[in-house]
Design a protein around this ligand. Structure first.
Ligand code: SF4
Length: 73
């Protein structure tokens, strides 16, 4: 299944478009990060990591997930 990654320095948000039900939760609740009007529609630098993670967990379809980036030593 197709996965698109949107990373900032700490976390990577993963979006699976085939699962997305366009329920609109994400961009109504956190428009600083989720903006379907632009091509790279998830801006992982638009809010704090905590806020982004909280929003990712609310996605009803499972289209959004995230992981912590491995820190380079
Ligand atoms: S909340 Fe999930 S299902 Fe709804 S638009 Fe965002 S990514 Fe898609």
């Amino acid at each position: 299944m197709k996965k698109i990654n949107y990373a900032n320095d700490d976390i990577t948000v993963v979006w699976q478009p085939e699962l997305c039900r366009h329920a609109t939760f994400c961009f109504r609740q956190l428009p600083e990060v989720f903006n379907p009007a632009v091509r790279r529609w998830i801006n992982p630098n638009g809010a704090s990591n905590e806020k982004i993670i909280e929003q990712v967990k609310k996605c009803p379809s499972g289209a959004l997930s995230f992981f912590y980036n491995e820190k380079s030593k």
